[in-house]
Design a protein around this ligand. Sequence first.
Ligand SMILES: [Zn+2]
Length: 113
Amino acid sequence: MHELSLSMNTVDTVVEQAKKQGFHRVTRVTLAIGTLSCIEPHALATGFEFATRGTIAEGAKLAIEPVQAQVWCMDCQRYIDMDERGVCCPHCHGYQLKVETGDELMIKNIEVE
Ligand SMILES: [Zn+2]
């Protein structure tokens, strides 16, 4: 399961960061997910709950914020907003597109005690 391994990596990073800064508990984690990332938020939340078990982030609230994907059109030489893969440029209808942002998962914010 894609989301489970992602959750485990994310939780590892969160816990490591919090510990490094001397905190004992993570209360809330905000993740930003690109609209082209193919990550299913519900599956991610389930994976997160599983991955935090037994860690200082156990019971932490998970907030997920979508990030609008930005794609560079090589024909138009400009950025366009895109919500799904495999569609053409709305301006020139070309397929010379390069995803710049929106296919990743980022830890946006961590609240700790
Ligand atoms: Zn174009």
